[in-house]
Design a protein around this ligand. Sequence first.
Ligand code: PGA
Length: 250
Amino acid sequence: MPRKKIIAGNWKMNKTPSEAVALVNELKPLVANEDVDVVFCVPAISIIPAMEAAKGSNISIGAENMYFQESGAYTGEIAPNMLTDVGVKYVIIGHSERREYFAETDETVNKKVLKAFEHGITPIICCGESLTQREQGITIDWIRQQIKIAFLDVTPEQAKTAVIAYEPIWAIGTGKVATTAQAQEVCKAIRDCIEEIYDKDTAQQIRIQYGGSVSKDSAPELFAQPDIDGGLVGGASLKPDFGAIVNYNK
Ligand code: PGA
């Protein structure tokens, strides 16, 4: 069975709850495309109102982060069952901004991934190299290490349902999109790594997104690559352009 594309918006720290409702209402008619799973990952405070606004549409509302404990004295964190209680099905884990500004590591990413699966939430697991790492020629080694640690103790059945987002850090928010060949090369290496950890079937089922300055112009070629199953989109997910990105195949 061919993999269904998954295109997710990552709103980051943008839009107040009322602005979020307005944006969901604006984008709702533009992002209809039955060939694609469409996810809007929004700030935690906007999850509930965005979900109300998205009712009756093809949009799933996801979270941008989650903690790896069930409950307790972790001031400011969001527990997995808080997300499932309101119907969240996707959570971004280990975005490079969380790694850079909030000290997330491959180990905390792994704990969060395991916790998300335990609660039936699909993690969108982020990986990606810095410009220095790319220039040093260690991109693939680096990504393989991130993937291997992220998937420690994840079962093949769980891994099949995971989403991985390959996001070169130098391409995030810079307008500098990776070339199609660069993006495909790394997404293929990720699939090969998953095959090595698990098996061919798991590798064929897992969905791998490209992220980093995806635009309505770059999306059609990127998403046509054999190992790129959609995108994680930051800046352009806050604009009507996101409708064109989701409808990259029309
Ligand atoms: P960008 O962000 O599309 O604005 O580069 C992508 C991301 O950080 O997920």
